[in-house]
Design a protein around this ligand. Sequence first.
Ligand SMILES: [Zn+2]
Length: 114
Amino acid sequence: MSTLTKADLKRFKDQLEAERDDLLRQQEASDSDRAPVSLDQQSVGRLSRMDAMQVQAMAKAVDGRRRTALTQIDAALKRLETDDFGFCVVCDEVIARKRLELDPKVATCVACAG
Ligand SMILES: [Zn+2]
């Protein structure tokens, strides 16, 4: 049995949905950052062109992390629907409440996380 109450689950759900909305908004906002870097040497000096490429690479890395987080959030929301939330997906043990409060996306207990 999970030690989480209905109120707890509701709170985690709200938290997950808020985080998802936030990520989706950021994703939309950053779409323009991922446009191909202009290599026009006339208008952009060598250094600033490298800056632009660095910014783009960082935007891509951030975007990748965002996608991973969104996938984890969707999976956590699905677990909430099927009453699997709060249980480790590997060993089926109860995930410590503190761990969930820190990040409701976590899908494993501490033992299985390592
Ligand atoms: Zn486990």
